[in-house]
Ligand binder design. Structure first.
Ligand code: VGL
Ligand code: ZN
Length: 209
């Protein structure tokens, strides 16, 4: 597939806390960096996201006495998985991985900064109505298709791809430039949603400029 000048490379949450040694480490998480660097050469537009939580964020198990990480609870907007404390604003865990070098990136979009709402997707928070502004940014700049990479495949990458489709944007997930958490069948589940909504799966070798 040929990359066009109105395509965006979305690089989701390649942060220390999602990489080996981090608070919510994704297995082999840092292995996404080389494929992302390789594929970035084809793109005129690169956007990074950064998970960016308050210290007392509602998505942290530590904010709910008696609850443990990876349990689910019911919040005002629906079921929420509880996570270990991660990507706290201004901490080293929230920094981008030091090996990630995407100096051409045009936007760094922070998400999940409201204490009471988690935000997996780069487009909408987990209530599925609070916008992050990314759709408006893309619209104003005439950007109309997204290629997704980063962490985690079955959460922030996947939810971003599904929301892109909800906004009628073509969405292609670059599978070999992602790694998954895989919690309670989350990979199978997200891939069913990909199929149902028209999210395409490709590998970086399928792209050219
Ligand atoms: C993520 C869980 C919690 C992700 C972020 O980047 O996929 N997952 N916060
Ligand atoms: Zn998070």
């Amino acid at each position: 597939m040929k990359i066009t000048p109105t395509d965006v490379l979305l690089v989701i949450d390649v942060q220390n806390d999602f990489c080996p040694g981090g608070a919510l480490a994704v297995a082999d998480g840092d292995a996404v960096i080389n494929p992302i660097h390789r594929v970035a050469q084809h793109f005129q537009h690169i956007i990074l996201t950064q998970d960016w939580h308050t210290l007392d964020h509602n998505s942290f198990a530590s904010d709910h006495p008696g609850k443990k990480p990876f349990e689910q609870i019911k919040l005002a907007y629906g079921l929420q998985t509880l996570w270990p404390d991660h990507c706290v604003q201004g901490t080293p865990g929230a920094d981008f991985h030091p090996a990630l070098h995407l100096t051409r990136a045009e936007l760094i979009l922070r998400k999940g900064f409201r204490r009471t709402i988690d935000s997996y997707s780069a487009f909408f928070e987990n209530d599925r109505t609070t916008a992050t502004g990314l759709a408006g940014y893309m619209r104003e700049r005439g950007l109309n298709r997204v290629f997704l990479t980063g962490l985690a495949y079955d959460y922030c990458v996947g939810y971003s791809a599904l929301d892109a489709r909800r906004l009628s944007l073509p969405a292609i997930v670059l599978r070999d430039a992602c790694r998954a958490i895989n919690l309670n069948g989350s990979v199978v589940e997200i891939e069913q949603e990909f199929k149902a909504t028209g999210v395409e799966l490709m590998n970086i070798a399928d792209l050219s400029s």
